[in-house]
Design a protein around this ligand. Sequence first.
Ligand SMILES: [Zn+2]
Length: 84
Amino acid sequence: MENNNQNKLNANVDIKTLPSLTCDECKCESFINAYIIKRVSPLLTETGKPGFLPIPTFACSHCGHVNVVLDPTKTNNIINTNGG
Ligand SMILES: [Zn+2]
């Protein structure tokens, strides 16, 4: 039995058949790299100073809107700051 891993694309998938994600605001289909930057409380940093936590995401290339599904800060994902 194979694991049902949704992130792993089957090699036989034809991307022409896949629906494109569109901007929630303007329906644009292309996105650019963007960062959401969270302010981190001094209580949560190792240095005891306020910090910033950049979170990579994608923004609409037309209007700059970040869809909620692309925004880890608006979902329940745990952000792992130790990776990378
Ligand atoms: Zn847009």
